[in-house]
Design a protein around this ligand. Structure first.
Ligand code: SF4
Length: 561
């Protein structure tokens, strides 16, 4: 079937969507409503005792790490009762549900029937309780033993004419320990086909940061938010994606920080925050967050930063040494002169036009920045998913380097990661372009010669499966089909595989769009107690700020398979 023959799904017409209620957008995020919704979700999926046990352990030092986003936990002053947000509670409700899927469920419900559900209701059926297998041509998953499941996988992997005909995907929920063993297994098997969800989220951040400051991770720590003079939030919606960031912004604001938000939309979480963990919040006294809101044109961010740099340069020329940190520039940077020559040529009106921000507002920002040095720039998908994202992020770094705002308290880069351990997975070797130093160490420590040839990232994996160059797809967690672009092309690519394998906690659409044969293998979730040989084991995760922490589940798993 040619690419052009794949029938695209009909776009949904919002007018036809039933029960749509148009309301005035709220200007304050969280509040007691968030507490109510958190309880509703958690106690709607499990007993009160189990729910309370889970919530009291969530993000606690001896508890488990939130399986949702990668926002860090405070090192010390954690709330003993609720160190989580509504999203965290929902993620725990989703994972720790006591509903479980047994063979009778799959006998009763065919793949076709389940495919007619929307993604939300597919996931609401419950936890995968035991290994399930789909024979070629069958429409119902059936139970299979672990041994037979492993034999099935081994058979397919050994039948391939090259290890590069297999693809091993990783979702950012995978713990460091599981991810390390997984990448070691794929390398010993003979391939670097290790696409991961980072390919679709902060790949451009990692690339730009590694180029500019030598490490593909953010430099700011959580505590830096409490000391910053200016916090710029660009292309990110913390209220929806990293809600506990609002607590850090509230603290930073209380300590005098100016918050500048750059977003095409007036996202509620950028405007105001009602902290339900504070008396003021409970009494409905909200905190105004953003001081300067720049309603940017989509992808106008780079033009905006260049305009700011040009105006800061004018300020610097008027007051030499008062705006740029020349000592830092001299000691820690290269390329300053070339940069200045370039910045002098920037056409201000063109840049303002391209950004969609008035010169008046840009000058307002320059007024704030010109004599500040403790500056943090935070960003997420609103930046990283543009074709020119690497250059835009390099411009963020240029601005911070001019001000000497890297590697100092209260300052730095802050790419805010989505998945809870996406950064950890990269740290332990999940990458289609492994660093030679890692491969040398693997050879030295484990005694085999890992492949050096770069593997497939997500996009190359989809093309390889579609073109028949890859025949086995193995996913460690995640919902590959729903997370990747071009759903129909990706679906066709997965269907062309001889075997698709998913290690999953919950049922999702990727299990229903499968290869000729398919396996679903259950696994423990973060909240599950990993108890065997008389001991409770723990794993580790790395948050968005590079802090690695223990995660120890506390709940009885839904099945002992
Ligand atoms: S901010 Fe992120 S990591 Fe923290 S509780 Fe909320 S969803 Fe979980």
């Amino acid at each position: 079937m040619k690419e052009e023959e794949i029938d695209e799904p009909k776009a949904e017409n919002p007018e036809e969507l039933r029960d749509l209620k148009i309301e005035k957008p709220s200007t304050v995020a969280a509040g007691l409503k968030a507490v109510y919704h958190s309880g509703q979700h958690v106690f709607g999926e499990m007993s009160v005792a189990r729910g309370v046990r889970a919530l009291l352990a969530l993000n606690q030092k001896l508890g488990f790490d939130c399986p949702s986003c990668a926002w860090p936990d405070p090192d010390d002053d954690r709330s003993a009762i609720a160190e989580y947000c509504e999203n965290g509670a929902k993620a725990v409700a989703d994972e720790a549900t006591t509903k479980s899927l047994r063979p009778d469920f799959f006998a009763k419900h065919s793949v076709k029937e389940l495919s007619d559900l929307d993604d939300y209701h597919i996931g609401k059926n419950g936890r995968i309780a035991q290994p399930m297998f789909l024979d070629e041509g069958s429409n119902h998953y059936r139970p299979i033993s672990w041994d037979d499941a492993f034999k099935k996988i081994a058979f397919h992997l050994n039948s391939l004419s090259s290890p590069n005909e297999a693809v091993f995907y990783t979702s950012g929920r995978t713990s460091n320990e599981a991810a390390f063993l997984y990448q070691l297994f794929t390398k010993e098997y003979g391939t670097n086909n290790l696409p991961d969800c980072s390919n679709m989220c902060h790949e451009s951040s990692g690339f730009a940061l590694a180029q500019a400051i030598g490490i593909g991770k953010g430099s700011a720590k959580l505590e830096d938010f409490y000391e910053a003079e200016v916090i710029i939030i660009i292309g990110q919606n913390p209220g929806t994606n990293h809600p506990r960031m609002l607590t850090a912004l509230q603290k930073g604001k209380a300590n005098g920080a100016t918050i500048i938000s750059v977003n095409p939309l007036h996202e509620t979480g950028l405007l105001g925050f009602s902290n339900p963990q504070k008396l003021k919040g409970v009494l409905g006294i909200d905190t105004k967050l953003t001081d300067i809101f720049l309603q940017i044109k989509i992808n106008g961010d780079q033009a905006l930063i260049k305009a700011i740099e040009h105006l800061l340069l004018e300020e610097e020329e008027r007051n030499p040494g008062r705006v740029f940190d020349h000592e830092f520039i001299k000691e820690h940077t290269a390329g300053y002169q070339e940069f200045i020559e370039q910045a002098k040529k920037y056409e201000l009106n063109y840049l303002a036009e391209a950004s969609g921000i008035s010169l008046h507002q840009i000058k307002e920002v320059v007024e704030v920045l010109k004599d500040k040095t403790k500056i943090i720039i935070c960003w997420a998908m609103g930046i990283t998913q543009h074709k020119n994202a690497v250059d835009t992020i390099r411009e963020f770094i240029n601005l911070l380097l001019l001000k000497g705002s890297i590697g100092k308290p209260g300052s730095g880069t802050c790419p805010v990661r989505g998945h809870s351990n996406v950064q950890g997975d990269r740290t332990v070797g999940i990458f289609d372009k492994p660093h030679p130093a890692l491969l040398d160490q693997i050879k030295k420590v484990f005694g085999f010669d890992p492949p050096r040839e770069h593997g497939y990232d997500v996009v190359k994996s989809i093309h390889a499966m579609f073109e028949g160059k890859a025949k086995v797809f193995f996913a460690m967690g995640g919902n590959f089909l729903s997370a990747t672009p071009d759903t129909n092309y990706t679906a066709e690519a997965l269907r062309r595989c001889d075997l698709t394998v998913h290690v999953s906690t919950k049922l999702n659409r990727s299990h229903l769009v499968h290869g000729k044969e398919a396996l679903i293998l259950p696994c423990l979730g973060r909240s599950d107690k990993d108890e065997h040989d008389g001991a409770v084991h723990f794993v580790s995760c790395e948050n968005s700020m590079g802090v690695v922490q223990m995660s120890k589940g506390v709940l009885k798993p839904v099945s002992d398979y």
